[in-house]
Design a protein around this ligand. Sequence first.
Ligand code: UP6
Length: 257
Amino acid sequence: DLWNLETRKPLLECNPLNAMVLKYMTLKKTNLCVAVDETNKEKILQTIQSIGGYVCAIKLHADIIDDFDQSFIDELTTLSKHHQFVIFADRKLADTGNTVELQLTHGSLHIADWANVVTVHSVPGPPILQSVLNIIKQNKALKGSLLIASLSSKGALTDAEYSKKSLEMANDAKNVVSGFICQKRPSDNPEFLYWTPGVNELKSTDGLGQQWRSIEDAIKRDGNDIIIVGRAITQSQNPVEVARDYASRAFELWKSR
Ligand code: UP6
């Protein structure tokens, strides 16, 4: 059974980013990634400080942080080492190769210097992955990328054909692509990790097109490995307890699959 963790582990560990993710997942018994979509660095750091023990990754949208600066990066990096999680920049890159290289290394965000993994849209085609690889080779914090096979928003244009083509792109670039952002696992290839947003146990939509489903559907029915959870945790009454609960439920479901 290729989905058995012990059988699958050596396959995943060939990829430097997945080796890191898997180490934290098995050590901390969690396949939870929390999306901390706050706009103030102190608030973000406080949230990470409190839930950091229950996650394998922390996902950020750096471009929504009002006071993003080097001290934020330094504290984030310290927290990631202390709590042992991967730093995930959800930049959703989608441009021509040269521009993508500049977006990863320059500007006020210079993502490749602090993020271990970044999201990439497949819409520009294979050259985008070559550019991400060029930056990964520079030995910065960035170790891998997740290709967006499908989006969770209502009416997304990422249909089955799009997901299939994204998979073909990833198969030709396994040294760059560690896995996917997807709703349903687009492949049975156990060498990739499948990360899924759109998870909330209490609500099914936010009124702005987001589509949420349960942890069980995300992992068992849809075949994903890692759940990405935002507001269900960060806007709950007790983020620490909810994070602990989501992490333990998701991990049990993943192990038993
Ligand atoms: N995200 C999605 N759906 C996608 C891709 N990315 O929701 O298809 C991201 C959002 C947000 C997080 O940008 O940061 O995942 C989900 O947060 P939520 O649980 O609060 O909706």
